[in-house]
Ligand binder design. Structure first.
Ligand code: 9D3
Length: 247
């Protein structure tokens, strides 16, 4: 079983992930466990204080070192050894599918979600040096980022995706944007489904989808095509797509 533990002050923001959809099913099937440890349970003063004012002044509060450190250590006790560990913060490396795959190749994941202005930097120094960000926008804390990372990782764990996609199935599409999708009816508001999808053969459909995926990636995310590269077959399909552009 793949074991995920999240250190968070707001379990109610992370927990729904383990009860719904693909991740929920994986948990129910025993392929995945998701546990949440709150630093609040490691704050032992009168008011169970987990935050304090930042040294040097400024707005907001900072998560205190001790309760977060002790929550991390409690989380480690339920985690497999060699568990991947990350703090979620806006200062981290940007999360992507390559990182998701590396994390899923292991057998466990420990995430620390910050709140307020962040956690005491000495946690990163002394406990978990790797930080992950979702990108250049401001969240109110790490919990929703943790939910995103968990979803992306869980679907790569063997057995989590049933027949709906063997994640490998369309491996030739990796690194490309998705191709257009259609479902019934065949015509609606005078809009038709591309003919090849209705009566095309398997290989004709594969080539059409690959061409559309290459074309959309070329139009919208040329940076992705650059780093992925294209095969000889793909280069031909992309040239066809570009040719067909403005007719
Ligand atoms: C407005 C406050 N910012 C000052 C420049 C710093 C800041 C503190 C705390 C920014 C964000 C946060 C809370 N964010 C996260 O914990 C977080 C996050 C994010 O904000 N964006 C993208 N990925 C992530 S992962 C965790």
């Amino acid at each position: 079983m793949y074991c995920i533990t999240v250190v968070s002050l707001l379990p109610e923001l992370v927990e729904p992930v383990s009860q719904t959809g693909v991740v929920g099913r994986a948990c129910n099937a025993g392929l995945l466990s998701l546990d949440i440890v709150s630093p609040r349970d490691f704050a032992f003063d009168q008011h169970r204080t987990v935050d304090d004012r930042p040294y040097g002044g400024g707005p907001g509060m900072v998560l205190k070192y001790e309760p977060v450190r002790d929550a991390i250590r409690a989380a480690r006790k339920r985690s497999p050894k060699d568990c991947a560990e990350f703090v979620l913060s806006a200062q981290g490396q940007t999360f992507d599918q390559t990182i998701a795959q590396k994390i899923a190749n292991g057998n466990g994941l420990l995430l620390v979600a910050g709140r307020y202005e962040g956690i005491d930097e000495r946690i990163v120094q002394a406990e978990i040096s790797e930080e992950l960000s979702l990108g250049d926008f401001v969240l109110s804390g790490g919990e929703l980022a943790a939910a995103v990372v968990i979803d992306a990782v869980a679907r790569l764990i063997p057995g989590v995706l049933g027949h709906e996609r063997s994640a490998q199935e369309d491996s030739y599409m990796t690194g490309l944007l998705g191709h257009p999708q259609y479902t019934r009816p065949e015509t609606i508001d005078e809009l038709k489904v591309p003919e090849v999808l209705v009566d095309g053969h398997h290989e004709a459909i594969r080539l059409w989808r690959l061409k559309q995926a290459l074309g959309r990636t070329w139009l919208r995310r040329p940076d992705l095509l650059e780093s992925r590269g294209v095969s000889v077959e793909e280069k031909m399909l992309l040239e066809e797509f570009i040719e067909e552009q403005d007719n």
